[in-house]
Design a protein around this ligand. Structure first.
Ligand code: PKZ
Length: 327
């Protein structure tokens, strides 16, 4: 397919649907950094993303974390470098398609002395698919300081990558039909792109895949397989991108283990608080997620992303839609 032509400055939004889009969904190894760094600026406050990834293999829907990461990249491009993102509050309004580009429209709500606020609207086919508010803060000295204790878990070097870990559970255990189904489903749904770019190592996969009475929680070690360079904004965007990866499955997996099959499951909203700026997503980070409540076809999940040296780097919260088949 021919390379898409960049839109000329001032192209009306309605023309976006006519741009021939070459999906990069299978080319993430070369494209991950591109995805965040090379959002195309098409006008003041307008950015364009062509490289979109699926969240799950079986859906054509754009991975929610990518829209979060790209919104952060686009908003960050409109503030001075000394302002660091510290919180993002977002809604997934409509499912995005990986086959069409996304336009990010930034509203510079306020430039304060210590804080800057941006609103980002992500648009596809002229319709909003996502909106978020992002706040940036100048570095300030510690006034008060504390940090929760990081969970004590096996070191990542002693664990297997997600796919191998799942296959190992299948091989070495007396796996019943439901558990085997869960594992096969999990293996099928891991998008190729994640595996090519990230090393994800689940802590305690036997427990979460085999036991029927597991809590809705999960822990993974995660890092990019390749050096991501020294641009701290890229590390922030990649972290934001990854935070959506295990939230939904944390809430749903124990129920799937008991035989529940969701007819519909999507992230509805997503909040990210970045507490510290000094971390690298090409070093091991521990992502801990727990769902404290589900009901009324919605599940609530919270997450904590830790650096290996025990600093709480990011906290997250999300509500997800989890529907049962209509009867
Ligand atoms: C390397 C190793 C990795 C290891 C690790 C493993 C991880 C391996 C997995 C990765 C996992 C990633 C996880 C990513 C998670 C995201 O990326 S999710 C993507 C982001 N979120 C989204 O895209 C959601 C966007 N929001 C929306 O689409 C809309 O707001 C909503 C939620 C659909 C609501 O819209 P609405 O207009 O109010 O729609 P609503 O009336 O609810 O009806 C919608 C449809 O649901 C249907 N519906 C209603 N009830 C039901 C029902 N019970 N059942 C079925 N359908 C129903 C309706 O009939 C309707 O259908 P249509 O008429 O449209 O055909």
């Amino acid at each position: 397919m021919a390379k898409p032509k960049p839109p000329t400055e001032g192209t009306p939004l309605c023309n976006v649907e006519h741009i021939e889009f070459e999906s990069k969904a299978n080319d993430i190894k070369a494209g991950l950094i591109d995805t965040f760094l090379n959002l195309q600026r098409i006008d003041t406050n307008l950015y364009f993303a062509r490289h979109l990834l699926k969240g799950r293999h079986s859906y054509n829907a754009v991975y929610g974390g990518q829209v979060v990461g790209q919104s952060l990249a686009a908003a960050a491009a409109t503030v001075e470098d000394c302002f660091i993102p510290h919180s993002l509050h977002s809604y997934f309004i409509k499912t995005g398609s990986v086959d069409k580009p996304i336009l990010y429209m930034i509203d510079r709500i306020r430039d304060g002395r210590s804080f800057c606020t941006r609103v980002v609207k992500a648009v596809q086919d002229g319709e909003a698919i996502f909106s978020c508010q992002i706040s940036f803060h100048l570095n300030e000295p510690d006034a008060i300081k504390h940090n929760s204790k990081m969970p004590e878990v096996a070191e990542p070097e002693k664990l297997l990558p997600a796919r191998e870990a799942a296959l190992e559970v299948l091989r070495n255990n007396d796996v019943d039909e439901v558990a085997a189904g869960v594992i096969q489903h999990f293996l099928k749904e891991i998008p190729d792109a994640f595996e090519r770019v990230f090393d994800v190592r689940p802590v305690n996969p036997e427990k979460y895949l085999l036991k029927e009475d597991t809590e809705p929680m999960s822990m993974i070690w995660v890092k990019a397989k390749e050096n991501l360079g020294d641009d701290s904004r890229l590390h922030q965007c990649v972290a934001a991108y990854l935070t959506d990866l295990t939230m939904l499955t944390t809430a749903v997996r124990p129920h799937i283990r008991k035989g529940f099959i969701p007819s519909m499951s999507f992230s509805l909203d997503h909040c990210v608080w970045i507490h510290e700026n000094k971390f690298r997503m090409d070093d091991w980070m521990l992502y801990e997620t727990v769902s404290s409540k589900a009901g009324g076809s919605r599940a609530f999940i919270e997450g904590r992303l830790w650096s290996r040296d025990g600093r709480l780097i990011i906290s997250t919260a999300q509500e997800a839609l989890v529907r049962a088949p209509k009867v």
